[in-house]
Design a protein around this ligand. Structure first.
Ligand code: CP
Ligand code: NVA
Length: 306
């Protein structure tokens, strides 16, 4: 494993499976009330420059459950909001804390933080990637389908951070990945260059084509955080990209649906589809906690070779 978790492109298939296996173990431990203070005495700094419910609460709770402590730093209230350079923030936080989670806009800010931090940096979402979420998605899919290899995943909607991370994570785990986005809203070029070297990848602007034979169908909001002003324009551009009963009817009969949340019912997902698949979607949300405990244990635990 690398020192940091910045994007799934940096992980090998073995790294991903190691995290997922440890995530399953963390879930088992919690279900059976087995308490492990793997991170006793350790502190996690959590920098948030965007809103969050799941990421903040799951990291904070996960840290507590492993015997450690988490400190929430909103961009606004810390000196970051007043322009303190990221490289100085990194060097200071690394002297107090044992790990840093950051949610921000540019991927380059996260990479910069990791460059100057001697402690692990975990990407809690950027405009480019959402690796922790996709690790939770992969954990949930493996749990429900018992395998990842050969399972067809269809992503319908915006070529955003979720699309980027799902393509990389899915392909690295041997899944078949099909993506449907409107023209002009395709995933990042670096992700497409990676995907094109893999055998089981398809990109189309036709949702029906992408969901055909899919065992997992995933979507995300049409306007991500920071794109609020484009919401109306995007609602137009994404017409026909909603996951509704008709579209889902083209997938495999036992299809599962994932959504990282928050969801906009009536936009990217129909309310009845959301309700019918709510159990899978909230299991996915729960798995954020387990998989992130695994990530923190593997990156920040005393087991880590320095
Ligand atoms: N899915 C996800 O990252 O949720 P939050 O924005 O609530 O953290
Ligand atoms: N694509 C969404 C994901 C939210 C968890 C966003 O970036 O806002």
């Amino acid at each position: 494993m690398e020192k940091d978790l910045l994007k799934l492109l940096d992980l090998s298939e073995a790294d991903i499976h190691k995290i997922l296996n440890m995530g399953d173990q963390m879930k088992f431990n919690q279900r059976h009330k087995l308490i492990h203070n793997y991170l006793a005495g350790k502190t996690l700094a959590m920098i948030f420059e965007k809103n969050s419910t799941r990421t903040r609460v799951s990291f904070e709770t996960g840290m507590f459950q492993l015997g450690g402590h988490a400190i929430y730093l909103s961009g606004k209230d810390s000196q970051i909001g007043r322009g303190e350079p990221i490289e100085d923030t990194a060097r200071v936080l690394a002297r107090y804390c044992d790990g840093i989670v950051i949610r921000t806009y540019g991927q380059s800010e996260v990479e910069e933080l990791a460059k100057y931090s001697s402690v692990p940096v975990i990407n809690g979402l950027t405009d480019f990637a959402h690796p922790c979420q996709v690790l939770a998605d992969l954990m949930t899919i493996r749990e429900k389908k018992t395998r990842l290899e050969g399972v067809k995943l269809a992503y319908i909607g915006d070529g955003n951070n979720m699309a980027n991370s799902l393509i990389v994570g899915g392909l690295k785990c041997g899944m078949e990945v099909a993506v449907a986005t409107p023209k002009g809203y395709e995933p990042d070029e670096s992700v497409l260059s990676f995907a094109k070297t893999q055998k089981d990848f398809a990109l189309t602007d036709d949702p029906a084509e992408a969901v055909k034979y899919a065992e997992v169908v995933i979507t995300d909001v049409w306007a991500s955080m920071g794109q609020e002003e484009e919401a109306a324009k995007r609602r137009e551009a994404f017409k026909g990209y909603q996951i509704d009963k008709k579209l889902l009817g083209l997938a495999m009969p036992n299809v599962m649906v994932q959504h990282c949340l928050p969801a906009h019912r009536g936009e990217e997902i129909a309310a009845d589809v959301f309700d019918a698949h709510a159990e899978e979607i909230f299991e996915e949300a729960e798995n954020r906690l387990h998989v992130q405990k695994a990530v923190m244990y593997l990156l920040m635990g005393d087991n880590v070779r320095k």
